[in-house]
Design a binder for this molecule. Structure first.
Ligand SMILES: NC(=O)c1ccc[n+]([C@@H]2O[C@H](COP(=O)([O-])OP(=O)(O)OC[C@H]3O[C@@H](n4cnc5c(N)ncnc54)[C@H](O)[C@@H]3O)[C@@H](O)[C@H]2O)c1
Length: 367
């Protein structure tokens, strides 16, 4: 197998910067990178039971041989663990681990662990260093960079949170080998999203590799993860000067979130719902003449290589639209959509035409 070079990406945010390292088998090497950054030699490792079984030892052993004291705290896999009650239990673990303000929290897992452990790191002693070691495709290309951390509240998802950038992000594409197939596929729409909204040449690269999306090799994964993170970091950095620009990252999320909420977060994986939202947003962009037919076709064709989850029986357009009307991002009477205006660029559009939205949602539900 070809030996791929380590990629180093520097993310600059609000006068602060951090490094993202991407390399095959980095998990076993991560101890060295962490040891170099801290004198504290104490850490709390937070993971879920699935991920810990595969990779917990690989993170702990090298650190233990460099005389680190690592306390490990595990949560049940899944969205329900992203709660204030789990955060409270983890604060207790922080005290038991004897963390001081220079002792890192290591977040080993998918987006749930990144958000939960990140929230604990942001708030324990008003902030301790956070190291992200993302293990799902979604976490590697999206949630581990950008600094958003949160837990859920019975009144809404991600309602209690902070913007808290990590000190280091360590990405090992090889860990995706143990990720369940459906979880892997749910990370792919986020990768294609960056090509559509921000990077035309990355979109063309993905078109050429369309047959590789579902059966990736190491080279494709490293390239796709690296390009996705560069894209996200360009958007996040630019947002400091152009407020709101970051919202283009929500391409596909308006209808995606409504589908997830209308099905009580039990039917779709996040990326599956976003994929449907992306397909409908492309149709909307064409209908509203933001995007020409040729480019809309190109985008739909590439997205068509992914598995599109059918709507569950009984879900109605009214139920989805009701959730859209309660979207926290709506403005007065308008619903906010992110629409591509050409491949590699997107705009934030307030949309009032409820008939068009209902027509698009119904077209998906009837498939
Ligand atoms: N903070 C952000 O910017 C941001 C962005 C997008 C999504 N999110 C959040 O991310 C969460 C979803 O993340 P997710 O899709 O990674 O879900 P997840 O963390 O629940 O992981 C999915 C499943 O895969 C398992 N898993 C993860 N990596 C594995 C591996 N390498 N091998 C075997 N099993 C593995 C997990 O145990 C879990 O069962 C949501 O809570 C969402 O709100 C946050």
């Amino acid at each position: 197998m070809k030996n791929l070079k380590r990629q180093e990406i520097i993310i600059k945010t609000r006068g602060f910067e951090y490094k993202v390292l991407i390399e095959d088998h980095l998990t076993s090497e991560s101890g060295k990178a962490i040891d170099l950054l801290f004198h504290s030699k104490k850490a709390l490792l937070i993971s879920d039971y699935n991920v810990h079984e595969f990779y917990g030892g690989k993170i702990r052993q090298p650190l233990a041989s460099s005389k680190w004291k690592i306390k490990t705290e595990l949560v049940k896999p899944g969205e329900r663990s992203k709660s204030l009650s789990e955060a409270k239990r983890l604060y207790e673990a922080c005290f038991e681990a004897g963390l001081d303000r220079n002792s890192p929290i290591l977040a080993l897992g998918g987006g749930v662990i990144g958000d939960l452990a990140g929230f604990v790191a942001a708030t324990f002693m008003r902030g301790v260093p956070l190291i992200m070691i993302p293990t799902s495709l979604l976490a590697q290309v999206d949630s581990s960079v950008g600094g958003k951390v949160a837990v859920n509240h019975p009144f809404g998802k991600n309602m209690i949170g902070a913007i808290y950038p990590p000190r280091l992000v360590l990405i090992d594409p090889q860990v995706l080998k143990t990720l369940p197939e459906r979880e892997y596929q749910a990370g792919l729409p986020e990768i294609i999203k960056y090509g559509i909204i921000e990077n035309e040449s990355f979109f063309s690269y993905l078109e050429k590799k369309a047959q590789r999306l579902l059966k990736p090799d190491s080279e494709f994964l490293s390239e796709a993860i690296g390009q996705s993170i560069r894209s996200k970091s360009r958007v996040v950095e630019k947002d400091e000067f152009e407020s709101d620009y970051r919202r283009i990252l929500n391409f596909g999320h308006t209808i995606g979130h409504a589908l997830e909420a209308a099905t009580f977060y039990r039917y779709y994986l996040h990326g599956e719902a976003v994929l449907v939202g992306m397909l409908l947003a492309v149709k909307m962009a064409e209908e509203m003449s933001y995007l020409n037919h040729r480019e809309a076709e190109r985008i739909s064709r590439l997205l068509g290589h992914l598995k599109i989850r059918k709507a569950p029986a009984g879900l109605t357009a009214d139920q989805v639209i009701d959730k859209l009307e309660h979207d926290k991002k709506r403005q007065c009477d308008d619903l906010i959509f992110i629409l591509p205006d050409q491949i590699g660029s997107a705009v934030i559009v307030p949309v009032n035409d409820r008939d068009l939205i209902a027509h698009l949602v119904s077209s998906y539900l009837k498939q």
